[in-house]
Each structure stands twice: as C-alpha cells, then as structure tokens.
Design a protein around this ligand. Structure first.
Ligand SMILES: [Zn+2]
Length: 301
C-alpha cells in the first residue's frame, strides 16, 4: 500500500535534482492558507509511510530564511539533520546580551522557524485543488500543532486521529487576528469516522521526512549565509539543492504558514512532546497492508 507510484517517485526525484524551476514539490501541498477568512477546511490526517516516525503522522521541519541574490529563500537548519548549524550559532550570538554584537532584531531574523509536515485527504474545502491527487502534503506552524497536542492531552480521543477506521477529521478554521490569519481555533471533529474502503485502496502514502527542507552541505549553507550578510551573489555548486519550495505559486503575496501565525520564533528547543501514538501507528500500517493485499487478491493480481 505504501508503495509509491511512478508519478510520486518521479516528483520526489525531481525535487532532489531540480535545475531551473524543476522543483515541483510545492504542487503536492494542500495550501489551506489560501482559504477565505472565517472558512473551514476539513482534512483527514493519514499515517506516515515511515513506520519509524515516532509521531506517526507528522514530522517537524526546521528552516531559516535568508535573502540570497535578492530573493527570500528557505534553507535547512542543519540541527534537523543532527549537525551543527552555523545560522543557529549566528542567531545565538546576536541574542547574547553579553556579546558586543548583541542585536535582538538580527537574532530574530536568523532564528530558525519550526513547522510541521503531514499528509491528508482533503474532505471539504472552499479552495480549488487537484482532486486527482488524492493524498496531499500539508505544512503548518506551531499554532495548529499546539491544537493537535492539546487534543492528545485532553483525553477526548478514543483512537489515534489518523486511524483509517475510527479516526477523526481535522477542521482547519481560518480566522483573523489583527492583520494575520489565525488558525488557533482549529480542532479535531468530536465524532469518530471511517475512511471509505475504496479511498483506502487508492491511497499512496508519502514518507514525510523526505519533504522536509532538503539538506545542503555546511559549506553551501555558509556560502548562502555569507551572501545574505554581505548582499553578495551566490552561485554555489549545489545551490539547486537548496530547498526553494515556493509556498505560493501565484503572484499574490500569500503568507507562509509560520509567518502567517505570527509565531515563527519558537523558544529554543520547546519540548514538542510527540503525541503518544506508537502502538496505534503500527496497527494502521498493518491495516493498510492487509487492505492492499485483500484488494490485490480481489483484483486477481
Ligand atoms: Zn539552524
């Protein structure tokens, strides 16, 4: 079931080797933030194809924003890949009150931003989207994540919300707080529901960690940082590996999820307690396998 289709593989590979404009990963995302204010988009979270994912259905993404060759670029925080991150080091230096270079604004500018990536079925939304692409990726900021965390700690969930049978839809409510969009009242549906069998048979699940901001070498990252700091140009060797996932393919200025929520700068290492879903997760993946096997048998393949 979790086997990727050729089309999925092709796009995953395209995102790794993209030359000019070759990065099509953004097409895989459901852009819930395009919804009008005071609307609701209902999605169903699905289990990560990666069974080792301790959160079961979400991965954390850590990125910095730099201005390179006059363009805002999202670059990976190397801590996400368990390496020392030169941009985090720079941010800390600016935040350090004892440092002669103390500068809160620059500390904030270089601070890493945290987001979360999951995969969903879009159940209902006012946004036009590609119905053919059944499973979509979704990326959101800490505010929606906190709502999800709160649901896990509330004791209201009878099953892991991403269970195909007896799980819960998630309602992304867009409201407005000042000039920013606010998703702080989003929540799981109070009612359990099932994903239809025919849908389950058609689903291809993504390995979520593959869609985090792609890793670049430390040398490349340092060169990018230098370009940002000096305004110099950057044409590093594997620059094309820089994750430039356009959040908004349209010309309209669309706020990025993290910024959207006006909450990019999370405190350092906030313990984002992963929802305790380890046991459930296996049963879902097991379920998927059995369904795939049953479907294959039914088709006489
Ligand atoms: Zn970093």
């Amino acid at each position: 079931m979790a086997k990727k289709s050729l089309a999925d593989l092709a796009s995953a590979f395209a995102s790794k080797t993209s030359g000019e404009g070759g990065n099509q990963t953004w097409k895989l995302f459901f852009n819930f933030w395009k919804a009008p204010v005071d609307s609701v988009s209902t999605v169903r979270f699905l289990p990560d194809a990666d069974e080792e994912n301790p959160m079961g259905f979400l991965v954390e993404n850590l990125a910095h924003e730099l201005t390179i060759n006059g363009k805002r670029e999202k670059v990976p925080c190397l801590k996400m890949y368990n390496e020392d991150c030169p941009i985090c080091t720079l941010s800390q230096k600016y935040y350090d009150e004892k440092s002669p270079e103390h500068n809160e604004a620059l500390g904030k500018k270089y601070y890493r931003k945290k987001s979360y990536i999951g995969e969903v079925l879009v159940v209902d939304t006012p946004i036009e989207h590609d119905q053919e692409q059944l499973v979509k990726l979704i990326e959101f900021g800490p505010k929606i994540f906190k709502q999800i965390q709160a649901s896990f700690s509330s004791g209201d969930l009878e099953e892991a919300p991403f269970e195909l049978k007896g799980g819960y839809n998630f309602r992304i409510k867009k409201s407005k707080s000042g000039e920013y969009a606010d998703y702080g009242t989003s929540s799981f549906s109070p009612k359990q529901s099932d994903v239809a069998d025919d849908i389950i048979e058609m689903m291809n699940l993504y390995d979520l960690k593959e869609y985090r901001t792609a890793k670049v070498s430390r040398d490349v990252l340092e060169a990018m940082l230098l370009a940002d700091q000096t305004g110099g140009s950057f044409s590093g060797g594997d620059k094309e590996e820089a994750p430039s996932k356009p959040e908004a393919p349209s010309a309209k200025p669309a706020p990025k999820p993290a910024k959207d929520e006006g909450n990019g700068a999370e405190p350092e290492d906030t313990p984002a307690a992963p929802p305790a879903t380890g046991e459930k997760k296996l049963s879902v993946v097991e379920q998927l396998r059995q369904r795939a096997a049953a479907a294959a048998a039914a088709n006489g393949e």
